[in-house]
Design a protein. Sequence first.
Length: 345
Amino acid sequence: MNKLRQGDPELAAAVNDPTRWRDTYAMRQRQAEESERERQNQIALLNEDPFNVEAQRKIEDIIRQDRVVENLQKAYDENPEGTNTSFPTSQTRPTRIEPMLIFHTVFTRVHMLYVNTEVNGVPVKAFVDSGAQATIMSPDCAERCGIMRLMDVRYAGMARGVGTARILGRVHHAEIKIGGAVMPCAFTVMEGKDVDLLFGLDMLKRYRAKIDLEKNALCFEGQEVPFLHESEIPRSFEEAEMNEPTVSGPNGEEIGAKTGAVRPKGSAAAGSSNAGASSSSSQPTQQQAPPTASKAPAPSAPNSNFPREHVQQLTGMFGCSEQEAIQALEMFGGNVEHAASFLIG
C-alpha cells in the first residue's frame, strides 16, 4: 500500500471506497480505449506514405513497444514473482492485462539472508553473504559484544571494492553461537558497513555451511538455522539499500552498485531528497494542494498541446524533464502509454 500511495495516490485513496474504485476503473478503461484508438489512427496516418523513412521508423518503434507489452504480459502469466508492481500507469492498451493493473516493471529487490546468532553471549542478527571473502563486524557491534579490546590493530588497512572502507583491525578468536552450535570465529572490524555482522565465505567454508533456499535455512553440522523473515530484518539495512550508490544505466536508469536493483531515471535522487526533507524538521514544508483540485480540468503544459497531467505523469514516474516528456508525447501522438515505454527504453 505504501508503494501504491507513492506511485498512484488516486488509486490508493479509492481502495476502501467501492463507488470511487468503480468510477476510477471506468475512467481508466475509457482512457485505455481512447489511447488504443489514437494508436490505430497514428498507424493509419503513418501508413499513408509507405516511402517516408521517418514514418516507417515510427511504425517500427510502435511495433517494438507492442512486443514490450506482450513480453510484460508473458511475465505476468509465467513469472509473476519476477515482477514488482510499482510505478503504475493509467494510460494503457486494453489487452489481456487489465488497465488498472499495468505497472512499470523493475527488478524485484530480494530480501537478504539473516540468521540469529550470539557473539560472546550478545544476540546479533548476522547477514549471511557468500560473496564476502571475510567475516566482518562493525565497530559498534564489537563494542557491544565486548570484543573490541581484543582487536589486533596490526591488521588495519583499507578495503577497496565498490567504494572504500577503513579496516580497524582483526579479532582473531571469539565464540559465535548459531542455532545450537558454538564455534570459534575470527572477525574483521570494519567501518562503513550497514550491518552489525556479516557472516562471510571464510567461516561458511570452514564449517562447510550450506545455504539451502529450499528449506530457507543455513545448514551445517546437523544444524538447520532458519533465515529470518522479512519483518525481522534490521531496518537499517533496508534504508542503506535505498540510499546505496548507483551507476548510470543505458537509458537513464539508475542501477544499485551493491544490489543491482534497477530503478527509473531520477528515482534514487528523488528518494534521497525526500528522505532528507523528512529528517529535517527545521526546514519549512510546502502544503499540498487540496484533493479536490485534481478534479479540475488540467491545463496544457507550457509550449505543448498535451494536457499537463499527462506531462506530469511522465515526469513523476521517470524523473525526466518536462521537455523530454513533451518530446516523447509528440513522437507518439499524445499516447501516454507508448511515451512511457519509450522513456523506459
